[in-house]
Design a binder for this molecule. Structure first.
Ligand code: MN
Length: 258
């Protein structure tokens, strides 16, 4: 193995080779997609353990009805896989996506992970980096932004979580079906980020590197903002296969899991 970088003073890190931080998003895990679940569990048992940190930038789950659903057999399998991974190596951080924004403290404790806010600033090997799910950047989709503000209002969340679990799952199923048919109707450009919104984020946060998911359009973009070149990585979804963005001292590169 090529050991080109400075070793950390921590023995635990030393045993795992050069430091790297991994980013994933948009796995949309659910019991009905066993192949992707298998790839994810293998990722957690394999490559993820070499990371210093693993950041899950939203939509880990296709939906999340509330932390009282931890015992659902499928949810429990994901949680124990995450807990095992984080105990064996990387610090696991979870950001809300638009599908799983009800993930809360009990979930985080159960999988030995930390919930992080959106946006989350990170010093990534001395490059200031901002982590986001990405849906807040899609400002051209006004209907979505209106829906987002409505369902994320604290009073609405409180009322929703007060419903019996079964009823919440039914309501989510209705919303998911409506969202699927709406997506087919919407112009693709509406569902991508708005360049002005991206530039505003770069400006507001001091021109960092930006890493986000949500749009399912994996790419590396460069933005010229106020005469500075800013880098934006868009993470891939986990529909056909899995992938992660691997960052180390030298920079970031996407890795596809075959
Ligand atoms: Mn999303």
């Amino acid at each position: 193995m090529c050991r080109w970088r400075t070793w950390s003073s921590s023995a635990r890190k030393q045993s795992r080779g050069p430091l790297a931080v991994f980013f994933i998003s948009d796995l949309h895990l659910c019991a009905s997609r066993p192949e992707i679940n298998r790839i994810f569990f293998e990722f957690l048992r394999g490559p993820a353990r070499d990371a210093e940190s693993l950041y899950i930038l939203g939509d880990l789950f296709e939906y999340w009805a509330g932390d009282d659903d931890l015992d659902d057999p499928f949810n429990a399998s994901v949680i124990s896989a995450l807990a095992e991974c984080s105990r064996a190596g990387p610090a696991v951080h979870v950001m809300h996506g638009n599908r799983d924004f009800l993930l809360s403290g009990d979930f985080a404790r159960a999988c030995n992970a930390r919930l992080i806010a959106d946006p989350h600033p990170l010093d990534l090997f001395k490059t200031p980096t901002l982590l986001m799910h990405g849906d807040t950047l899609c400002t051209d989709d006004r209907d979505y932004q209106e829906f987002r503000a409505k369902v994320r209002a604290p009073a609405r969340i409180k009322d929703f979580l007060a419903l019996p679990l079964g009823q919440r799952k039914e309501q989510i199923e209705v919303m998911r079906r409506a969202s699927e048919s709406e997506k087919k109707r919407k112009a693709p450009v509406l569902m991508d980020v708005n360049t002005g919104a991206v530039e505003a984020v770069f400006r507001e946060h001091g021109y960092p590197r930006l890493i986000h998911g949500h749009t399912h359009r994996p790419a590396r973009h460069e933005h010229r903002v106020d005469g500075r070149t800013c880098e934006r990585w868009v993470l891939a979804d986990w529909y056909r296969t899995g992938s992660y963005l691997r960052c180390d001292e030298r920079g970031c590169a996407p890795v596809q899991i075959l």
